[in-house]
Unconditional design. Structure first.
Length: 383
């Protein structure tokens, strides 16, 4: 299997970017399949990921909240002392970060308080819900900033500007770019390794702040450098900052809404699941169904396998529960359900309009239909 990997020489920068990304995704898939094959399904493994996940996610969320609080005070000082609309928009952005950060903080605390009676499957979907609330607050408040900036732009074109810029203001606005860049890189790394929507939201927020602060500093400097000709650049920069926030967080909200609605998993992940299911046990003859879709941030997996009709119930149960355990140990999976059947069926088991007889007994053509090789299937041993 390892020999199928693309050599590193094909991944250097001399190759087109699209081709390099394709080869890298294929190598990652091969690594994942090899790791799945080397895992012993029934071997109990101490899950140490939860402790590291909790510590890193809390550090990222709390650290980002503290950083936004510190930068808010600095930006307010810069905005008041300079009278800059761009600086004020940047300060408002930080204030909104704190409000939205409070929402995510409340979500993290709510998820930590498990209630198996009220929420038997946990509160994992609170996290994307919190991100959606986060995005809505940011977008609606940014619309207000756009309205105020337009008023300032009209006043500036008619009456000129009274912008005052000192070294302290420039230093404060510039330092926020550096701090936010470091925070963005840290949160992005934690979000990728621990699949946390809250940390991913903070990473995007820090990235937006790097861009918006850069625009804000540039607009303030240009308006201060040429007040008679470029005074309009300051409120224009505020408008651009607000429009960027609206566009960015609207896309984020739509993405998480699609996940809550049950968007299908990427085909690469489904192929990985099919390989795990088919190679799980020699008694698994066929894979009838293998589907995965979002159940919040992670996936819910449904698998239907075919075993011999003469397999004892004890064996079929143990094969199914071992496969369920194996799939649920994947980092991307929230919950897995495994159904064992004795033949491939061309009907949807969940279709209430389909006669029950077609879901429970062999069709009238007789028992020979059970072994009909023409029946559609995903995989079959020996085929």
């Amino acid at each position: 299997m390892l020999s199928l990997k693309t050599p590193d020489s094909a991944l250097d920068r001399s190759q087109p970017l699209k081709l390099r990304r394709f080869y890298k995704s294929q190598n990652d898939m091969i690594d994942a399949i090899v790791a799945d094959m080397m895992e012993t399904p029934l071997q109990p493994v101490a899950d140490t990921r939860l402790e590291g996940h909790t510590w890193l996610v809390k550090a990222a969320v709390n650290g980002s909240f503290a950083l936004n609080l510190l930068l808010l005070g600095a930006k307010l000082f810069a905005a008041v002392s300079s009278g800059s609309m761009s600086a004020m928009a940047s300060a408002a952005d930080s204030l909104l970060d704190l409000v939205s950060g409070g929402v995510l903080f409340a979500v993290e605390r709510a998820m930590a308080r498990a209630d198996p009676y009220m929420y038997p499957e946990g509160k994992a979907r609170l996290e994307p819900l919190g991100v959606i609330v986060f995005a809505a607050v940011m977008a609606m408040s940014s619309l207000q900033i756009v309205a105020e900036a337009v008023k300032r732009l009209v006043a500036t074109l008619n009456d000129g500007t009274t912008l005052e810029l000192g070294p302290a203001t420039v230093a404060i606005l510039s330092s926020t770019i550096v701090f936010k860049l470091v925070a963005m890189l840290a949160c992005r790394a934690i979000a990728r390794s621990h699949a946390s929507a809250a940390v991913e939201a903070y990473a995007q927020d820090h990235r937006n702040d790097v861009l918006t602060n850069s625009v804000g500093v540039g607009a303030v400097l240009l308006a201060w450098w040429q007040p008679s000709e470029l005074a309009f650049v300051d409120p224009l920069g505020a408008i651009l900052i607000a429009l960027w926030i609206i566009t960015s967080w609207t896309g984020t909200a739509l993405d998480h809404i699609a996940k809550l609605a049950g968007r299908v998993a990427p085909p690469e992940f489904v192929r990985r699941l099919i390989h795990i299911v088919y190679s799980h046990d020699a008694r698994v003859l066929k894979v009838d169904t293998c589907r995965a879709y979002h159940f919040g941030e992670k996936f819910l997996v449904e698998v239907e396998i075919v075993m011999s009709a003469h397999t004892p119930l004890r064996e079929s149960h143990d094969v199914g529960i071992a496969l369920q355990h194996r799939i649920e140990r994947l980092e991307e999976v929230e919950r897995a359900f495994v159904h064992v059947d004795y033949r491939i069926r061309d009907v949807d088991d969940h279709d209430p309009h389909m006669p029950l007889a077609r879901k429970t007994v062999v069709a009238s053509c007789g028992a020979a239909a059970e072994d009909d090789e023409s029946v559609p299937l995903v995989h079959m041993r020996g085929a």
